[in-house]
Design a protein. Structure first.
Length: 308
């Protein structure tokens, strides 16, 4: 239907009491599965691309794939740069036609994060593009993001308010206990909802984002492991915790690991079931179908973004 910014998406999400799903893509099949699920459920969607995904699939290829998805669907799609490391990475995405970029300045001190975020905001806004930033640091590993548990930190609510006011950023990724990768908790899953509530009180109706929010479904992990995988100790954020975060005001929830596990599990199973198979369509097809199933589940049962 249209390639849009997230501004109107977030406004509708707040008014409707739901969250927008933001899903990372690396290839055509993953994108098709996401968009097919969004089309089937009537959910607008954010398609995310990391810097490493841009390197892998090449910028022009990815951009044209997303343009095809927009042309072939009746939903609104936002194209978002995930974890832009610096001003140049964000500028490149803006100039490529992305409608939203994330500047991840969380590795800087507070003032340094403000400075680089403000620089990105000024450039992106001049081109009609919206900006997400991050305050606090999530532990875990995902593409170029690699933060140890010792270096992670929760978002300070008072700093969050000051940060938003000084940068003019459009949305803010906060750290309340989620993490990147497939091993999110060493014990029982726990999120600091008190921090989220305090931030919401200081920044009412401001779009907050939850990174590292894959649920890492046990059945998907088991399928991988039953077919030669070695995902040990995998643990994610339970769906009910994501629903609570949404209820408290989070309007964008990021999902990447769940898609990787779902896709890989189906490919492993296809090879295991039929070792003689060498037709890519016969193993990428089931993987695409599983992406659609997982994304539709998120949209209907977790984010509440479906309108059909």
């Amino acid at each position: 239907m249209a390639l849009v910014t997230t501004k109107e998406m977030f406004k509708k999400a707040y008014e409707g009491g739901y969250a927008i799903g933001a899903f990372n893509i690396n290839n055509m099949e993953i994108l098709q599965g996401i968009v097919d699920a969004a089309e089937e459920t009537g959910s607008n969607v954010i398609v995310q691309v990391s810097s490493s995904a841009l390197k892998y699939a090449r910028p022009t290829y990815l951009k044209k794939l997303v343009e095809a998805a927009v042309e072939d669907s009746t939903i609104d799609i936002a194209l978002h740069l995930d974890h832009g490391a610096d001003f140049e990475a964000c500028k490149t995405a803006v100039d490529l036609g992305f409608t939203s970029v994330m500047i991840d300045g969380s590795h800087h001190d507070f003032e340094g994060n403000i400075a680089v975020t403000k620089e990105v905001v000024e450039y992106a806004h001049s081109k009609g593009v919206v900006v997400e930033a991050e305050l606090g640091r999530l532990a875990g590993v995902e593409d170029e993001v690699n933060v140890s548990a010792e270096d992670s930190s929760y978002t300070d609510p008072q700093q969050a308010k000051e940060f938003v006011e000084k940068t003019g950023v459009d949305s803010l990724a906060i750290a309340i206990g989620t993490s990147h990768g497939a091993n999110k908790f060493s014990g029982e899953p726990k999120l600091e909802f008190g921090i989220l509530k305090e931030i919401m009180e200081l920044l009412p109706n401001f779009p907050l984002v939850l990174h590292g929010a894959s649920s890492v479904y046990p059945e998907a992990v088991q399928l991988c492991n039953d077919n030669g995988g070695e995902l040990k100790g995998a643990c994610g954020v339970p769906d009910e915790m994501l629903r609570e975060a949404n209820r408290l005001g989070v309007c964008k929830i990021n999902v990447d690991t769940d898609l990787r596990i779902a896709f890989t599990g189906q490919v492993r199973k296809a090879f295991n079931d039929n070792p003689a198979n060498f037709d890519p369509r016969k193993y990428l097809g089931p993987a695409r179908d599983e992406i659609k199933r997982v994304v539709a589940h998120k949209m209907i049962n977790v984010f509440g973004s479906n309108t059909k």
